[in-house]
Design a protein around this ligand. Structure first.
Ligand code: SAM
Length: 295
């Protein structure tokens, strides 16, 4: 073990040249080249030697070196096979890092964490590939992966979407999932010149700390998120039509109307005006209606 050797432009360029690496746009490859930003991420992630960290997309291993210094163990999942020999080189000095050449969206992370960390919660830390930020975050939450916190670099606009409420055009399934599962705060805004190559958008580091108990009581989480997705999939439709036409749901229209009335809302209401509490109540109403129908 030693001090991280990466994190500045010169050393990054040296490694890229040594391996004649060419960036793949389709994998959202924008590597961090700013040690101050790396320090901020590590500090916000609050890692100790008792922690196992899951890193998604280690790239050439820049942040992985910092994580390996701070954590007990690091599992780094990288899709690009051309980066694996580089990672074996840059992380060769660390015996607490495991590199997996996998697509994170196809990986059973819940199983991986159970096996590697005896089911104890892990901390996720990553400079995420922006093209799949939402499925990664939703997947971690909805697949019940034991996660204590998620400290990630995302597109600035997505960080805003995670923190917004009803009435905003950015409000959607991601905002509601973040509210339901975690508390969120923006650690830092990060300009394009902290990356190589420079992304076209601004970035932000956000920390999501998982709630011990969600802020609302929901009897069937999957149903609530099916309702939420159906409401936002058809933004221009009324909530009644959105839910009635959804492939995910099979409630009679009159039950849907009744559920919405119970929220004190009219038939013309749109999904984007409902709060997390409203969605929880509607979901509990619809879930109970199933039960009543069987009795
Ligand atoms: N962590 C590095 C850094 O900060 O310099 C690289 C971050 S870069 C924004 C995103 C990384 O995620 C790339 O290395 C890319 O190849 C990898 N990646 C993209 N899609 C992936 C996927 N589906 N599964 C795992 N890794 C992926």
């Amino acid at each position: 073990m030693g001090k991280p050797t990466l994190g500045n432009p010169q050393n990054t360029i040296e490694i890229l040249q040594k391996y004649q690496f060419s960036f793949q746009k389709k994998f959202g490859q924008n590597f961090l080249i700013d040690t101050h930003v790396l320090d901020k991420i590590i500090r916000a992630a609050d890692i100790s030697k008792d922690d196992m960290v899951l890193e998604i997309g280690p790239g050439i291993g820049t942040m992985t070196q910092y994580l390996a210094e701070a954590a007990g163990r690091v599992i780094a999942v990288e899709i690009d096979k051309n980066l694996i020999p580089i990672l074996l080189d840059t992380l060769g000095g660390y015996d607490n890092v495991r590199i997996l050449n996998e697509d994170v969206l196809k990986l059973d992370i819940r199983k991986l964490v159970s096996e590697e960390n005896e089911g104890k919660p892990v901390k996720v830390v990553a400079n995420l590939p922006y093209y799949i930020t939402t499925p990664i975050i939703m997947g971690l939450f909805e697949n019940q992966v034991p996660v204590e916190s998620i400290t990630v670099m995302v597109q600035k606009e997505v960080a805003d979407r995670m923190q917004t409420g009803p009435g905003s055009k950015d409000y959607g399934a991601l905002s509601l999932a973040v509210q339901y599962y975690a508390s969120a705060y923006i650690v830092a805004n990060v300009p394009p010149n902290c990356f190589m190559p420079r992304p076209k958008v601004g970035s932000a580091v956000i920390r999501l700390t998982r709630h011990e108990k969600p802020p609302v009581e929901v009897r069937d989480e999957k149903l609530m998120f099916d309702i939420i997705r159906s409401s936002f999939n058809q933004r221009r439709k009324t909530l009644v039509n959105g839910l009635n036409n959804s492939d995910r749901l099979d409630f009679p229209k009159e039950i849907i109307v009744k559920g919405i009335e119970c929220l004190g809302k009219g038939e013309r209401v749109r999904g984007e005006t409902l709060s997390l509490e409203d969605f929880a109540r509607l979901s509990n109403f619809l879930s109970d209606s199933r039960f009543q129908a069987c009795n």
